[in-house]
Design a protein around this ligand. Structure first.
Ligand code: MTE
Ligand code: MO
Length: 338
């Protein structure tokens, strides 16, 4: 018999991380299929097949991740079920590794993050160059659970580990010309097949780039994540370090960063370059401004709502972070500046 090896980062039992409603729902489905109690009467092979139905098939090659030491920051909790680890790490957008949701988990398995260099430069007093170890050692790490709302109208709730972007920018020191911050993902077509093939990479001009205003970057919510669910980031989620800006559509949360450049003018951003009429620079989550091809009034919460559908919930202005960030946009027309 052939057994798939359990990845090294996958030490949690699904009952630890699966919201109770989903877990019960699964038990009901298994009951309805006439399969009895999970783990008791189902032979291993059959059981694996059932869990494939729930999207829990495990990749055959382990990703290398390691536990992180961090403090839990209760100021950034979400009163909603966390999205199961299996979904967070197997339903991804990372076009450098292909455009299907399952492509990154499959194609990023051999992604090398050691050695890694992240440069912070531009309009700063002291440019900083960080190596892989510095990413987890230079800053005090904390855990923050944020909603992530993709522009494609699906969402998750993810417990990240990392540090505020502002603390790194403060270390570098901003000059008086600092108006924007530009972010850049690694460019390495040998490792990232989507950067080699226009078809596989979804037409994006690589490297993937993103940007924030300096006020957005200094907002306490803007976060640099080095881990999720208590361990270093799996490659498909943007190892070894990625941006997380929870009040904006997911494409702003750029992965696998090699450069953070403080600028005096607005930097180009990848999705805006590709389709400016569909994706703006701001990209604040806004249920009142639809995408030209679909509504943004509601979203599918991944991992909830049963086998063939996901729970549909109302989308909140600024993804539920209005109190923290609406002040950044006083006097700005959010319909024009989408
Ligand atoms: N470099 C890079 N960063 C990226 C993307 C990408 O394709 N390339 N996709 C973005 C999109 S559209 C989303 S929704 C989030 C998804 O993050 P996750 O896979 O960790 O959930 O990553 C964002 N960051
Ligand atoms: Mo997205």
């Amino acid at each position: 018999m052939h057994f798939k090896k359990r990845p090294s980062w996958d030490t949690l039992k699904s009952s630890d991380i699966t919201p109770e409603s989903v877990f019960n729902d699964r038990r009901n489905i298994i009951k309805a299929l006439g399969l009895g109690a999970v783990g008791a009467s189902i032979p291993g092979q059959v059981q694996a097949g059932i869990f494939d139905l729930f999207g829990e098939n495990k990749p055959s090659v382990p990703f290398i991740t390691s536990p992180l030491a961090f403090t839990v920051n209760t100021g950034f909790e979400v009163n909603e079920a966390k999205t199961p680890f299996e979904k967070v790490t197997r339903h991804n957008n990372f076009y450098e590794f292909g455009t299907d949701k399952s492509d990154p988990a499959e194609n990023a398995q051999d992604f090398k993050v050691d050695p890694w260099t992240l440069v912070i430069d531009g309009e700063v007093d002291h440019p900083i160059t960080l190596g892989l170890d510095d990413l987890t050692k230079m800053m005090a790490l904390e855990e923050r659970t944020y909603r992530l709302r993709c522009v494609e109208a699906w969402s998750m709730v993810i417990p990240w580990v990392g540090f505020p972007l502002a603390s790194l920018l403060k270390k570098a020191g901003l000059t008086s010309k600092a108006k924007y911050v530009a972010f850049e993902t690694l460019f390495d077509p040998e490792q990232m097949p989507g950067q080699k093939s226009r078809l596989m990479g979804g037409g994006i001009h690589y490297p993937y780039v993103e940007g924030l205003t300096i006020a957005e970057a200094m907002n306490d919510l803007s976060f640099l994540a080095v881990g999720l669910y208590g361990k270093s980031l799996p490659p498909q989620n943007g190892a070894p370090i990625r941006l997380v800006v929870p009040w904006k559509y997911g494409f702003k949360s750029i992965k696998s960063l090699v450069r953070i450049r403080v600028m005096d003018k607005r930097p180009p951003t990848s999705w805006n370059q590709l389709a400016p009429q569909e994706y703006g620079f701001y990209a604040n989550v806004n249920p009142d401004v639809d995408h030209p091809r679909w509504s943004q009034a509601s979203e599918r919460r991944i991992g909830e709502g049963g086998l063939f559908s996901a729970k549909r919930i109302k989308t909140q202005p600024f993804n539920g972070y209005e109190e923290q960030v609406s002040g950044l946009y006083q006097g700005l027309n959010l319909t024009k500046n989408f």
